[in-house]
Ligand binder design. Structure first.
Ligand code: NAD
Ligand code: UDP
Length: 313
C-alpha cells in the first residue's frame, strides 16, 4: 500500500470530514485546512489523536504552501443561507481559493480535485442535466455569488490544466445530505428533520412542487475517491448525484412519516432564482468511475434522523 499525503480544504465541513475519515481509513496522511466558517470542530475532534491527521486553521483566499500528492478543494460554504451571508467572501473563496490551490498544485505537481456543483446548471431548462449542458444562471441574482464563483473556479481549473498541465478532476456534486450536516445550516433536509424532531412547523418554500435529487454522503465520498483515481487523461466535469428525484413536498411528507412528528407544514415564499428542478444524468460517472449511488432516500434519511436525534438529546 502506498501512503499518500492528501490535503483537504474545507475538511471540517460536512462533506470534507467524511472524506477525511475515508482517506485515513485507506492508510493515507491527511492535512485538513479550514477557517471554521461553516465547519465544526465536532466533525473532526475524533481525529485529533491520529498521528496521520493534521489540522491547520487557514483561509484559502490566502496563499498556502505544503507538500502533498493530492488536493481535494472543498472549502466553500454550501448552504444558500451561509453563502448568501457574505456573498463577496463566497466569490473570493471560490475564485481566489481556486487560484491559490491551483498555484499550489502546479508548484508541487499535485493532482487536484474541485468540488463543483449542480448549481453551475442554474435553473436548468434541460432535464435531466448532462455535463455538456451549459446551464441557465442569473449572473446578478442572490445565488450568483455561489453559482458564478463555482463556474469561474471550473474555468480556472481547465485553464491551469491546458496552460500549465496541472492534473485536474472536476466533480459536479448534486444535493447531498447525511450525518454531520450543520443542524442550522438552512438546507432542506436538515431543516425538515430538525423541525420535525423539535415539533416545529415544517417550512416548505413555494408550493413544494420544485424538485431535487438527494444523494447520501457515503455515495458522494465513494464517487469523489473514484474520480481522483480515474485514468490520467480524464478530467471531468462529471456529475456525482443520485438520479432519484423528489419534490420538496414529497420530502416533507417522508420526513413527517419517518419521524412520526405532529409538526404541521407551512408554506413560505419561494426564494428568488430557486431552481425548479434538478436531476443528474450519471451516464458519464457510470462509465468513467464505474460508480452509481447505492443508498436510497429512505435509508439515508433514517441514518440522518438518528444522527440529529443524538445531537439534540
Ligand atoms: P460545509 O459548509 O459543511 O463545508 C464547507 C467547509 O469549508 C466548512 O468547513 C467551512 O468552514 C470551510 N470554508 C469555507 N470558506 C473557507 C475558506 N475561505 N477557507 C477555508 N475554509 C473555508 O459544506 P459541504 O456541504 O461540506 O460542502 C463542501 C463542498 O462541496 C463545497 O465546496 C460545496 O460547494 C460542495 N458541494 C456540496 C453540496 C452539498 O449538497 N453538500 C452540493 C454541491 C457542491
Ligand atoms: N427549501 C424548503 N424549505 C426549507 C429549506 C429549503 O422548501 O426549509 C427548499 C428550497 O427552496 C429549495 C429546496 O428546498 O427549493 C432545496 O434547498 P436547499 O437549500 O437544501 O438546496 P439548494 O436550493 O441549493 O438545492
Amino acid at each position: 500500500m502506498i501512503r499518500k499525503k492528501v490535503l483537504v480544504t474545507g475538511g471540517a465541513g460536512f462533506v470534507g470530514s467524511h472524506l477525511i475519515d475515508r482517506l485515513l481509513k485507506e492508510g493515507n496522511e491527511v492535512i485538513c485546512v479550514d477557517n471554521y466558517f461553516t465547519g465544526q470542530k465536532q466533525n473532526i475532534v475524533h481525529l485529533m489523536d491520529n498521528p496521520f491527521f493534521e489540522y491547520i486553521r487557514h483561509d484559502i483566499t490566502m496563499p498556502f504552501f505544503v507538500e502533498v500528492d493530492e488536493i481535494y478543494n472543498l472549502a466553500c460554504p454550501a448552504s444558500p443561507v451561509h453563502y448568501q451571508h457574505n456573498p463577496i467572501k463566497t466569490v473570493k473563496t471560490s475564485v481566489s481559493g481556486a487560484i491559490n490551490m491551483l498555484g499550489l498544485a502546479k508548484r508541487i505537481n499535485a493532482k487536484i480535485l474541485q468540488a463543483s456543483t449542480s448549481e453551475v446548471y442554474g435553473d436548468p431548462q434541460v432535464h435531466p442535466q448532462r455535463e455538456d449542458y451549459w446551464g441557465h444562471v442569473n449572473p446578478i441574482g442572490t445565488r450568483s455569488c455561489y453559482d458564478e464563483g463555482k463556474r469561474v473556479a471550473e474555468t480556472l481549473f481547465f485553464n491551469y490544466h491546458w496552460q500549465n498541465k496541472v492534473r485536474i478532476k472536476v466533480a459536479r456534486i448534486f444535493n447531498t445530505y447525511g450525518t454531520r450536516m450543520h443542524p442550522n445550516d438552512g438546507r432542506v433536509v436538515s431543516n425538515f428533520i430538525m423541525q420535525a424532531l423539535l415539533g416545529n412547523d415544517i417550512t416548505i418554500y413555494g408550493d413544494g412542487s420544485q424538485s431535487r435529487s438527494f444523494q447520501y454522503i457515503d455515495d458522494l465520498v465513494e464517487g469523489l475517491i473514484r474520480l481522483m483515481n480515474t485514468r490520467e487523461d480524464f478530467t471531468g466535469p462529471v456529475n456525482i448525484g443520485n438520479p432519484n428525484e423528489f419534490t420538496i413536498g414529497e420530502l416533507a411528507k417522508k420526513v413527517i412519516e419517518m419521524t412520526e412528528t405532529t409538526s404541521k407544514i407551512i408554506y413560505n415564499d419561494l426564494p428568488s432564482d430557486d431552481p425548479l428542478q434538478r436531476q443528474p444524468d450519471i451516464t458519464l460517472a457510470k462509465k468513467e468511475l464505474n460508480w452509481e449511488p447505492s443508498i436510497q432516500l429512505e435509508e439515508g434519511l433514517e441514518k440522518t434522523i438518528d444522527y440529529f436525534k443524538q445531537i439534540i438529546t
